[in-house]
Structures are given as structure tokens and as C-alpha cells.
Design a protein around this ligand. Structure first.
Ligand code: PLP
Length: 404
């Protein structure tokens, strides 16, 4: 007798229909700009708007006091996502400020070496160059391997006593590359050198355990793959490092004025924050992180990768189109150029059809763009709430845009 195999429901699977139903923007736009700012789900929107309404109804400070447990929840949720403690988390206004607060707190001296990668983001690299000019530290770029990711063996051979920081961009702004952060973290750990991971583009689209990665500091933003509010970001600093890092800026929240000539800096990661902040955003950020944790970052990563692979394959078959994503492991971001039209022209033409993408310019990742001779690129970044039908529609519209 033939036995019929009944497919088992995949416990990891994401209920895409439900996620779309909970995302108001899905009915307006085909949104492939998740690496710019993802569409927030309704619970995130409700949390933010709810808080703003309380601010208007009872006063900003009073609403903040009322939201104390929600604010604490944001630290707790981020800590669960990163596998750290809430005391190791600072909530700030964006990923750049998070990164800066850690980076500018490092006591660089003449002769120190800052190792970075070809995928470095413009703002971070500008900061490295500024600090190098100010202090006489050196910025050295670790080469990439044949896959276009950081060359781990080259990095190992570049380590010496002068290396003061290893700064790695996990996922660059200009493509799907996922740098092997855990291998880099291991090398940093062996050498006792702090590792600052820019997880701006990876937070919310893949698991991000700071323990497994072995990074000392990590910066991220709320609005991208986490689907949180704009104007939110966070910094993780490993507890043994917090008191070794004196923030470049202090206020009465980061430090306490203890006497006319004295102050004490907060002993936890709050030292990297400021007093005034975007409270509704911070509340919404916690809801966004919880939303991602409930779906599961493994499941999110699996679906995002599957959709991005489908998109890349479809784009590779389109005449005149070149996909530029590097890396052995690739994520939800796809960048491409086309012979027929420039990236800004493609972006504008797609926008007329309510299709959102962004443009990645060479100046945002100059080291990589110059090494590979990249022009302006169209960046199409998918999230788990996107669908295969949207990919088909996207590619078909792109083909007609390129013909027109
Ligand atoms: C790799 C990377 N790092 C940092 C940032 C900066 O993030 P934010 O705009 O939140 O400061 C970006 C933004 O696109 C990015 O792509």
C-alpha cells in the first residue's frame, strides 16, 4: 500500500500573509527599500502614536514616566536579541551616533593602528580619517578575498601590538555581502583587541549574538531591517569595556555633577546616551525588536535570503543588467546597474509605479566602489514581508523601464 506523506508545517515558517496584513504600507507600495527604511508593522506604529498622544494629553515628562516599563522593555528586548545584558545597551538616535560614541571614546595614540575593511561605510571611515589626523594613528584597510569579503587570513597576518581597534562593517550599504563577523571577532579576541561591529544593515535580518560574534561593541539603527522608528539606534558595549571608554560627549544623564569641580560618569552603557531623546521612538523600537524576536531571526534570515536569491537570479536574466553583490554569504540586499539607464533614472521611473528602491553612490562606500570601479547602483532590498509575486512584478516593471 502506498503511504501518502503529509507535509509537516514548518515551525520556522513566517506567516507572510499575516505580516503583510499587519503592515499598512504593503497595500500602497512595492517596497524594496528595506535597507533604507523598512515599512513598520502596525504594533510599532501604534506604540509610537500611542505615546505621542499621551505626550499631548498629559505632558511629555509625565508620559515618559508613565512609559517607564515600556522603555525598560526596549533595553531588555535589545539585550535578548544581542545576547547581552540591558546594562550593556545604550539607546541613541541612529547607528552613526552609536558607532561614534564608541569609536571616539577609544584612547587612540600616535602609532596605533585602526584596522578596517573595504566594506566600510562613509561616516565611519570619515571618523577614522579624522581621528588619524588628530592623533597620528594609522588606518589600515584589510584586503578582501576572492569572494569579496574581508580576507580573514590577511587580517590575521596584519595583527600586531600596534592594533588598537578592529572596525568591521557586517553588511555594507552597497550590497548583499555578509562579512564573516564571527571569524573576525575570534581573531580580535585572541589578540585582546576590541572589535567594533557596524551591524546597521544586519540587525533585524539575521541572528546577532554578540557572544557568538565575539565583538566588543556593536552599533545598529532602528529603521532598517528591524522595522522600527526613524531616529532611533543603539549601541552595545561589552561590560568590561564600558568603564574603559570615556564618552566623547557628556551630559547630566551620562554623568552626575557631584561637586563644583567633579563629576562621575555612569558605570553602565547609559554613559553613551543623552538626557533628551525621542521617547516615542524608543518605545516603538522595543516593540519592533520584540516583533522580530517573536518571528525568529533565523526564520527571518532564511526567508530574506531565499527572496534575495530569487531576485538576483531574475535580475541576472534581464538584458543589460549586472548584479554587483559580493560575498560568500549574501543577505537581503541586492545591488545592480543597467547599461540602458542610470541608477537614479531607474529609481525615479520605478517610483512612478509605486515601487521603492534606493541608489547607492560610490561615495558611501568609496574603498569598495573604487576597488571594483562601481557606478551608482540601484539597491533593491527585500524583507520577509515581501513576496515572490512582488519580485516578478518588480523585474517585469524594471524590464519595461529599461526598454522605455
Ligand atoms: C553600513 C552602514 N553603517 C551605518 C549606517 C548609518 O546608519 P544611520 O543612518 O542610522 O546613522 C548605514 C546607513 O545606511 C549603513 O549602511
Amino acid at each position: 500500500m502506498r503511504t501518502m506523506s503529509i507535509p509537516m508545517p514548518d515551525p520556522m515558517a513566517i506567516d507572510v500573509e499575516q505580516c503583510r496584513a499587519e503592515t499598512p504600507g504593503c497595500s500602497n507600495v512595492l517596497h524594496f527599500n528595506n535597507a533604507g527604511a523598512a515599512l513598520p508593522p502596525q504594533p510599532v506604529l501604534d506604540a509610537q502614536v500611542g505615546h505621542l498622544k499621551r505626550e499631548a494629553a498629559i505632558g511629555g515628562y509625565e508620559a515618559e514616566a508613565e512609559a517607564e516599563s515600556q522603555l525598560q522593555h526596549t533595553y531588555d528586548a535589545i539585550a535578548r536579541m544581542l545576547d547581552c545584558t540591558p546594562e550593556e545597551v545604550a539607546i541613541v538616535e541612529n547607528a552613526t551616533r552609536a558607532w561614534d560614541m564608541a569609536f571616539y571614546a577609544m584612547p587612540f595614540e600616535e602609532g596605533d593602528r585602526i584596522l578596517t575593511s573595504r566594506a566600510a561605510y562613509a561616516s565611519n571611515h570619515i571618523a577614522c580619517l579624522q581621528v588619524a589626523r588628530r592623533t597620528g594613528a594609522e588606518v589600515d584597510v584589510v584586503p578582501h578575498d576572492e569572494y569579496g569579503q574581508i580576507d580573514v587570513e590577511a587580517l590575521r597576518s596584519m595583527m600586531d601590538d600596534r592594533v588598537a581597534l578592529l572596525a568591521l562593517t557586517h553588511v555594507p550599504t552597497n550590497g548583499g555581502l555578509v562579512n564573516p563577523a564571527a571569524q573576525v571577532g575570534e581573531i580580535a579576541g585572541e589578540a585582546g583587541v576590541p572589535c567594533l561591529l557596524d551591524a546597521c544593515q544586519s540587525a533585524g535580518q539575521m541572528p546577532l549574538s554578540v557572544d557568538e560574534i565575539g565583538c566588543t561593541m556593536l552599533s545598529a539603527t532602528g529603521r532598517k531591517y528591524l522595522r522600527g522608528p526613524r531616529g532611533t539606534g543603539f549601541l552595545y558595549v561589552q561590560k568590561d569595556w564600558i568603564e574603559r571608554l570615556e564618552p566623547p560627549l557628556l551630559d547630566l544623564h551620562a554623568a552626575t555633577w557631584t561637586g563644583p569641580d567633579t563629576y562621575e560618569i555612569h558605570s553602565d552603557a547609559r554613559r553613551f546616551e543623552t538626557y533628551e531623546g525621542h521617547v516615542a521612538g524608543a518605545v516603538g523600537l522595543g516593540v519592533a525588536v520584540e516583533y522580530a524576536l517573536t518571528l525568529g531571526l533565523e526564520a527571518i534570515s532564511e526567508r530574506v535570503q531565499m527572496l534575495a536569491d530569487t531576485l538576483r537570479t531574475a535580475l541576472s536574466g534581464a538584458s543589460g543588467v549586472t548584479v554587483h553583490d559580493a560575498g560568500r554569504t549574501r543577505c537581503g540586499i541586492t545591488t545592480f546597474s543597467a547599461e540602458q539607464k542610470t541608477a537614479p533614472a531607474i529609481q525615479m521611473a520605478l517610483r512612478e509605479h509605486d515601487i521603492n528602491v534606493s541608489v547607492s553612490t560610490p561615495s558611501s562606500t568609496r574603498l569598495d566602489a573604487e576597488a571594483r570601479g562601481l557606478p551608482d547602483l540601484v539597491r533593491a532590498s527585500v524583507h520577509y514581508y515581501n513576496t515572490e509575486a512582488e519580485i516578478e512584478r518588480f523585474v517585469s516593471r524594471l524590464k519595461s523601464v529599461l526598454k522605455g
